[in-house]
Design a protein around this ligand. Structure first.
Ligand SMILES: Cc1ncc(COP(=O)(O)O)c(C=O)c1O
Length: 271
């Protein structure tokens, strides 16, 4: 599927539409994946005309009064370059409105799973990336009592998948294609099964191996998309970042509302 085709659902009169603004930055209404990759999040500097955003090295920003500032107060909670990256990523992920950047893909995984709170249950594809598997089955299990049921989401029948859901199932974790065996998961099918479960768990897709150029999980029913930015989306292994696109639908937002606060606590500047 080409990105143009995927963008069809989010397009009006040939213009890509992701919402009025992305992460507080003015959204460009330009067509095309390549154009968005270059322009969204990096408007020319109004003062100097520079077309590449200046690197903001300040850790702290001037306030004219308590809480009276220009959108930035402390670089951990907000930084112009991180905002720009988040705006670019949100515009590339068709169907997405927001993106959050983290220090690595694994920091993203940790934050999403921590946001589920204590003693939650999740269902995960059984061939998930090794680091994610270890975080779920060892770190999160020990630290927050997370219980994970690993299911062959590629081959299992509907009854088997439905039987894996519990009253406290808060998340379904899909990775497609999986790393390293490249198994493909039918995202709309799993999302629809999750919707029918009593706890209506959120559906997350780790889209690292396809990138938003080839796959748009949010248009296929997912609530959250994550990427390890060291991989395909970045030309492979040139930069260590992670990102998550949290849910947009208001009725699914409460659980995800914890995400920015969690990010504040745990991640560092990520550009
Ligand atoms: C599919 C997938 N998800 C997540 C990660 C973790 O990302 P990071 O290495 O940026 O922590 C990786 C890393 O290899 C991966 O391949």
């Amino acid at each position: 599927m080409s990105p143009a085709l995927l963008n069809g659902e989010a397009a009006t009169n040939g213009h890509h539409v992701n919402g009025p603004a992305i992460n507080g930055l003015k959204k460009s209404s330009v067509d095309g994946f390549g154009t968005r990759a270059i322009h969204v999040g990096s408007d020319a500097n109004e003062e100097t005309g520079a077309v590449i955003p200046a690197i903001s090295l300040s850790t702290t920003y001037k306030q004219n009064g308590v809480g009276n500032h220009k959108g930035f107060e402390y670089s951990r909670s907000g930084n112009p370059n991180r905002n720009a990256l988040e705006a670019t990523l949100a515009s590339l992920e068709s169907g997405g409105a927001y993106a959050l950047a983290f220090a690595s893909g694994s920091a993203t995984t940790a934050t999403v799973l921590q946001s589920l709170g204590p003693d939650a249950h999740i269902v995960s594809v059984n061939d998930v990336y090794g680091g994610t598997f270890r975080y779920m089955s060892r770190v999160a299990k020990e630290n927050q009592g997370l219980d994970t049921t690993f299911v062959d989401l590629e081959n299992a029948d509907d009854e088997t998948i439905l039987a894996s859901f519990r009253p406290n199932t808060k998340l379904v974790w899909i990775e497609s294609p999986t790393n390293p065996t490249l198994r493909l998961i039918d995202i709309p099918r799993i999302a629809s099964l999750a919707r029918s479960a009593p706890s209506s768990p959120l559906v997350l897709v780790d889209n690292t191996f396809l990138s938003p150029f080839y796959s748009s999980p949010l248009l296929q029913g997912a609530d959250i998309v994550m990427h390890s930015l060291t991989k395909y989306i970045n030309g492979a292994l040139r930069r260590c970042n992670g990102r998550a696109d949290p849910p947009r639908a208001p009725h699914r937002a409460p659980r995800a509302a914890a995400l920015p606060a969690e990010r504040d606590r745990r991640s560092t500047k990520c550009i």
